[in-house]
Design a protein. Structure first.
Length: 228
């Protein structure tokens, strides 16, 4: 299978739901080592994205939807997360270009470009206790799954699993970037909110792809049955 505009728009809607559901959790995580606005900012940003999603032209491709997310997050989300995630989605849009359908290699390119966008904007690396600690393991796992011949759903699931482990890995380390870096060893024991929200977004991508794949499979079975 390949993933097209339906997957991306469903992913965006699922992302908005997930961020809304975890808003308080993200606020709490950010309050412990930051300024406490991460969950509120992202919820506001993705709510704004939902308000524009239905205005996409009928002939839109995945890159168009990703660019919409990018520009909306950059213009509506305060703090560091808006520019960081906005750049991630913008670079992802550039990586897939005008392709109407995304195969496994394109999915890996999307994730890689998103990670590189965060690095470009935030200058962070693995171990700095930032969202890169979720994005880089996700990219590495996706690339490995592609090399192993996995399909698009399996690639995204591998990425999501790795992102969640990456977010968890931020708990025992000292922050070297952002507001949390001012806390020194007091940041130990607290999960980075950016890594957690990134893991939620990547998991949303995987769950949406799996749901779309399941729906497509059910439709094929029904078609086969009616033709017999």
């Amino acid at each position: 299978m390949s993933l097209g505009i339906t997957w991306v728009t469903d992913w965006i809607r699922q992302s908005a739901r997930v961020i809304s559901e975890h808003r308080v959790e993200l606020i709490t995580l950010d309050r412990e080592i930051g300024d406490g606005d991460h969950g509120e900012n992202l919820d506001r940003g993705f709510t704004a994205v939902l308000g524009k999603l239905d205005d996409l032209p009928p002939d839109s491709v995945p890159g168009d939807a990703l660019k919409l997310v990018a520009t909306t997050l950059i213009s509506t989300v305060g703090g560091a997360s808006g520019p960081l995630l906005g750049t991630a989605y913008l670079k992802a849009a550039g990586a897939v270009g005008k392709e109407p359908e995304l195969n496994g290699a394109a999915i890996v390119a999307l994730l890689t470009a998103a990670r590189d966008g965060v690095v470009l904007r935030g200058k962070a690396e693995v171990g700095d206790k930032t969202m890169i600690d979720a994005w880089t393991p996700a990219v590495d796992a996706a690339a490995a799954a592609l090399a192993d011949g996995k399909n698009e759903v399996e690639i995204l699931q591998a990425a999501a699993d790795a992102a969640e482990k990456g977010a968890e890995s931020t708990e025992p380390i000292v922050a070297r970037k952002g507001r949390a870096s001012y806390l020194g060893e007091r940041a130990i024991g607290h999960r980075d909110p950016g890594s957690q929200s990134s893991a939620l977004l990547i998991r949303a991508a995987a769950d949406t792809a799996a749901a779309d794949d399941s729906s497509a499979g059910e439709g094929s079975s029904a078609d086969d049955g009616s033709a017999s």
